[in-house]
Every structure is written in C-alpha cells, then in structure tokens.
Design a binder for this molecule. Structure first.
Ligand code: FE2
Ligand code: FE2
Length: 150
C-alpha cells in the first residue's frame, strides 16, 4: 500500500515479466488453460488407453482450480481485476503427444512461480506461492510417470 509503483519497480528483478501483478495475471491465464487442456486430455486418454488416466489428471485439475482461486484472491486484494483470459490449451491425436504437452505446461508453471518467488512478497503470499510451485513440480513428475505408461 505505502510504496509507490516507482519505488516498487526499483526492488523488482529485471526478468522481463514486468510487475508482480502482471506475472500473477499471466499465471492465472496459465491455470485456466491447464484446466481446459487437462480435461480434454483426461477424456481422450481414458478413451484411448484406460479410465485410470482420468483419475490422476482430475486430481491435478482440482489443484489447478485451487491455484486459480489463490491468484484471484491475491489480485483482488491488490485491487486488480482478475483476468478471465485463457492461455491457449493444446491437444493432439497421440497419447504421448498429449502428455508431453502437459509436462511442458507444468514446466512453464514451475518457471512462472519460481520467477514470482524472486519478488519481495509478503510472508503469507510467499508461503502460498511456494506451495503452488511445489505442487507444479509434483504435477510435472506425475505426468512424467504417466508418460512411461503409454
Ligand atoms: Fe497450477
Ligand atoms: Fe500444475
């Protein structure tokens, strides 16, 4: 609240992403895109291979929803209208191709949240973002395990 935008800019790392709010909005779009992409992939993989694939992926989707809720709340606290934009989801016609897209999405998320942790965050937000970043690492590992089963 107290610090001006200019003063805040001086302590932010020059990572090319812009302000923390811009980075949070980008992450929110990313979460929206992940939900749509993973729902599509869960359905296709359960049709092509085995319904068990949908179970793991639906658990991941539930986590992405929780991440989006955290980001919407953090943006609202900062008086920023949370975006409804959706990072373009991707699909394909081969099981391996889909899971590689999902691993790439998780890797992107890990990088986004790691960038966010370079900012001067209040302790509560730092704890929340660290939890999200760790969840994305776990998701990436789960998709890596799924890749070995197709
Ligand atoms: Fe997420
Ligand atoms: Fe994730």
């Amino acid at each position: 609240m107290g610090r001006s935008r200019t003063a805040q800019a001086e302590v932010e790392p020059s990572n090319g992403y812009g302000s923390l709010e811009e980075l949070m909005a980008l992450a929110l779009q990313h979460e929206h895109g992940a939900m749509v992409q993973y729902a599509n992939h869960a359905g296709l993989l359960s049709h092509w291979i085995n319904p068990i694939f949908a179970t793991s992926i639906q658990d991941i989707i539930a986590d992405e929803v929780e991440h989006a809720v955290t980001l919407v709340n953090a943006l609202a606290v900062r008086d920023v209208t949370p975006t409804l934009a959706v990072w373009p989801p991707r699909s394909g016609n081969q099981a391996r191709e889909l899971i590689l897209m999902d691993i790439a999405a998780e890797q992107g998320a890990v990088e986004l949240y790691s960038e966010m942790l370079e900012y001067d965050l209040d302790p509560a937000l730092r704890t929340a973002i660290t939890r999200i970043r760790d969840a994305e690492i776990l998701h990436r590992n789960i998709f890596n395990d799924l890749l070995e089963k197709v």
